[in-house]
Structures are given as C-alpha cells and as structure tokens.
Design a protein around this ligand. Structure first.
Ligand code: PMP
Length: 296
C-alpha cells in the first residue's frame, strides 16, 4: 500500500486559497459527510494540461445543481484553479479530484443555507490497473447491485452517494480475485463498471449501452468521437447480458481507467484485438496537449 492520502506532500486548492495538504480538512459535522450532499470529478492532466477541463468542470457544476446546490465559482474559475493546482505541485501528469460539498451550519436533512465548499487536489497516478495486466485484458466479475432507476436517485450526477454500491461491488469482485465488476441497470441490462463505462465489439462495430441511468463518461464521448474519426460504427443501444457471448472484444473507458481492455466478465471471454489497440493508441495521442502534438 502506498502513502496514505492525507499524508501526501503538496498543496490543495481549498475555497479559493492554496493550503498545505495536511490542513485541507472538514469538520466531523459536515452535511456532505452525513447526507452525501457532495459531488466530485476525476480528471487527468497530460503534459501540463487537464484533458477536457471545461467539460469536467461543466459536469461538476451540473452535478451540484442536480443535488440542489450551486458551486460559488464559474466553470472558467474552476478551470483556472485546476491549472494552479497542477502548476503549484509541479504535476504535469496527474490525476485531479475537484470536490464540492455542503458545509456544517445546519445538521439535518434540510440544510438549504449551508455554505458550499470547493476543493481541488491532484496527485501522481500513472495507470489505474497494473500495466502488464492492462494489455492482457482485465478480469471482471458481475456485481450484485444494479445501477438504480433514475426515478429513484439523481443517476446522472457524479455524486458521492451513487458510489456506495460501486465500492461494495468492487470489494466483492476483488475478494473473488477480479479487478472490477460489471454492473447491470435496474432493468437487468448491461450498464457500466464500478468507475468506468463499457464497450463491446463484434464484426468490426462497437456497441455500448445508452447512458440513461449511469454516468455518461467524458472518456466515453471521446471514444465515440475517436471511433467515428476512424470510420468505425458505434451503436448505442440496450444490451442484454446474454448477448455478451456474441462479442469478440470488450474494453472499459474512464478518466482513471483510460481505455482498458477486458478479457473476462464472469464466464464471458474476450480477446483484446485490433480495434481496442487502435483506440488505445488514438486515445493516447488525443490526450496530449494540442500545441505539443503539433510540434512533435
Ligand atoms: N462511470 C462511473 C461510475 C465513473 O465513476 C466514471 C469515472 N468518472 C465513469 C463512468 C467514466 O467517466 P469519465 O470518462 O468522465 O471519467
């Protein structure tokens, strides 16, 4: 296990100021902790620039609005703050975690006037999964929990409360020897992984579930765009688990996972192949800052 996340050396942007890492704390009686009034982002910087920075901060602001609070900074201000964080910590290649939450003024379900806080931390985080395993394709189990009906919870927000079933599912998968778990949706259709979206390939075409009850990933949108530029058809549709035996390749997409091939989901087997390799290469090129890519 690496260093504990409260003991990293560096500075965190906290309500508009850079503070030493160890001082970036919240009080125990914080609404965000008790009632999950908390939204966050996961982003990556490559070559000193945050990939799709505006898209991530727009999603953060929207996630907060869905949870009935407004982050007191504009998208442009949040984008600028993220740049300050990676520059001040000298982290050109980093994972960033902006997080916004309701504070401590009221402790109860209703807390309409609680102050809204925003903090941004960044740290070194090379690859989500072991690199050797990444090219072989990871093994995934099947989660018992399902992505909830959007009529029961604000499913499209990147909100802390939605991750409770992800952590439980990932722990169970890891205990069974898997790297992750695939989740079905509330209707039993294929949905996504515990922290990434999912794609399948058959006959040179890509298939992915419609993102109507789970996070529509920014990496997912990038994959769809990159495939389109290669002339590869992407079909967004309802996918039932019993169809999985008809797919030859499978990969997951997400800011942390980037594009990670999948070799197994429970009893279904896939062989990482040409299209996955092509998209991984295209994604690696796409995330590099454009001015550098042109100069290279
Ligand atoms: N689904 C879940 C549950 C996630 O946590 C993530 C990671 N943020 C994704 C999908 C992928 O989203 P993105 O590509 O925007 O990182």
């Amino acid at each position: 296990m690496g260093i504990s996340f409260d003991k990293i050396d560096g500075v965190i942007w906290y309500d508009g100021k850079l503070v030493p890492w160890a001082d970036a704390n919240v009080h125990l009686l914080t609404h965000g902790l008790h009632y999950a009034s908390c939204v966050f982002e996961g982003e990556r910087a490559y070559g000193g620039k945050v990939f799709k920075s505006t898209e991530h901060s727009t999603r953060l602001k929207n996630s907060a609005l869905i949870l009935d609070f407004e982050i007191p900074y504009s998208v442009a201000e949040i984008v600028a703050a993220k740049q300050i964080v990676i520059d001040s910590n000298n982290l050109p290649n980093a994972y960033l975690r902006p997080i916004a939450w309701r504070g401590s003024e009221m402790m109860g379900v209703s807390a309409p006037s609680n102050t809204i806080h925003l903090a941004i931390a960044a740290w070194d985080w090379p690859s989500y999964f072991d690199p050797a395993e990444k090219f072989r394709g990871i093994r995934m189990g099947l989660a018992e929990y399902r992505r909830p009906d959007p009529a029961t919870i604000p499913a499209m927000a990147k909100a802390s409360g939605l991750y409770m079933i992800c952590t439980i599912s990932k722990h169970r998968a890891e205990r069974a020897g898997y790297a992750d778990a695939m989740m079905l949706d509330w209707q039993g259709r294929v949905a996504e992984c515990t922290g990434a979206n999912i794609f399948f390939i058959a006959d040179g075409k890509i298939h992915t579930p419609i993102a109507d009850c789970f996070l529509a990933g920014i990496t997912r949108a990038t994959v769809i765009d990159l495939a389109g530029r290669r002339g590869i058809e992407v079909i967004e549709r309802r996918i039932m688990p019993d169809e999985l035996s008809g797919f030859t390749e499978c990969f997951m997409s997400g800011t942390a996972a980037e594009i990670t091939p999948v070799a197994e989901i429970a009893d279904w087997k896939f062989t990482p192949g040409q299209i996955s390799a092509q998209l991984m290469a295209d994604f690696a090129a796409e995330v590099q800052p454009k001015d550098k890519a042109v100069a290279a």
